[in-house]
Design a protein around this ligand. Structure first.
Ligand SMILES: [Zn+2]
Length: 313
């Protein structure tokens, strides 16, 4: 699943390629993907892509509809002591997407001119600019979890409105992190992944952060000392920042490979810990698994894997 660093890089890649381009059309190839109905996707026709940003793991394409471009400034300057009307923000349309676990964005200089058609393939959504370039959002499997929203205000997307602070924001200090963890009698692994507490960290980077912090994923958040919180804060920022730097300038198609290459423990069960050489272990859950190094993180004691112990009984 794309997490903060990959979505950050997708946003940068799209800014580089597509700012100023005019949207010809946007279509869904799978009905369940589009989570909003007003305004309709047709409202994007003729809109200019003016910025691309990120909210946690949500990608936000900011567009200005054709009818509004350049209208308000002349009126504001001639209005004397009256306040200029705040028209631009409200008139913008935000095309927001969450790529979910298996979704991806694929840029193409030449898009097919016919719109996307519902089908069984990985295609979920297609956007084409008037110059013929564009991108597909794809997700393997018949059940698409990828989500697309078209809204005037990002806060209208429930998952965006409920996001916790962004760990790469300048005001995300160790004190802020300490406040988020204080009193939470839940495992630090789950806390780091909870988008309502901290935005943008998922299963992969929470494994990486905890490995770099030499902290057990099962440690209770409320048990962290001030020093623990400071150390954890440092590795969160460093881990995410270095992942963003590694993927800077890479095209969407190269990001997945780069992400995997940069991970020390996540997805590497059975391989050697790059720090100490111990074998990387795994704890499995119903729909996910975490990886860790016992020597680095749990004093050499393997964590209980309930699925495994059930099998052994
Ligand atoms: Zn290790």
């Amino acid at each position: 699943m794309p997490e903060l660093p990959e979505v950050e890089s997708l946003a940068a890649d799209l800014r580089e390629r597509a700012l100023g381009r005019v949207i010809d059309r946007a279509d869904i190839a799978e009905f369940s993907v589009l989570k909003t109905y007003d305004p309709p996707l047709a409202a994007l026709h003729g809109a200019t892509l003016t910025d691309v940003t990120r909210h946690g793991k949500f990608l936000d394409l900011i567009t200005t509809p054709a009818s509004n471009s350049g209208g308000s400034s002349a009126r504001a300057s001639s209005s004397g002591d009256r306040l200029p009307q705040a028209t631009t923000a409200g008139d913008q349309l935000h095309l927001i997407t969450h790529l979910a676990r298996g979704g991806w964005l694929r840029w193409r200089e030449e898009m097919p001119s016919q719109p996307a058609r519902p089908g069984k393939g990985p295609l979920a959504f297609r956007l084409r600019f008037t110059d013929g370039a564009g991108f597909d959002l794809t997700e393997a499997g018949t059940r698409k979890r990828l989500a697309v929203y078209l809204v005037h205000d990002p806060a209208a997307v429930p998952g965006v409105a409920s996001l916790g602070p962004d760990p790469l924001a300048p005001d995300f200090t160790a004190d802020v992190l300490g406040g988020l963890l204080a009193g939470r009698r839940t495992q630090i692994k789950g806390v780091l992944r909870d988008q309502k507490i901290i935005a943008g960290i998922g299963n992969a980077y929470s494994d990486e952060v905890l490995h770099a912090a030499r902290m057990s994923p099962f440690r209770l958040a409320s048990s962290l000392t001030t020093e623990d919180v400071e150390a954890l804060h440092k590795v969160i920022v460093e881990t995410l920042r270095s992942a963003v730097e590694r993927s800077a300038g890479l095209a969407a198609s190269e990001l997945k490979k780069e992400k995997k290459a940069g991970l020390a423990v996540h997805g590497r069960t059975g391989e050697k810990c790059p720090v100490c050489g111990d074998v990387i272990r795994e704890v499995s859950f119903a729909d996910s698994a975490l990886q860790y190094c016992a020597t680095c993180q749990t004093g050499g004691k393997p964590l209980a894997d309930r699925r495994l112990s059930r099998l052994l009984k």
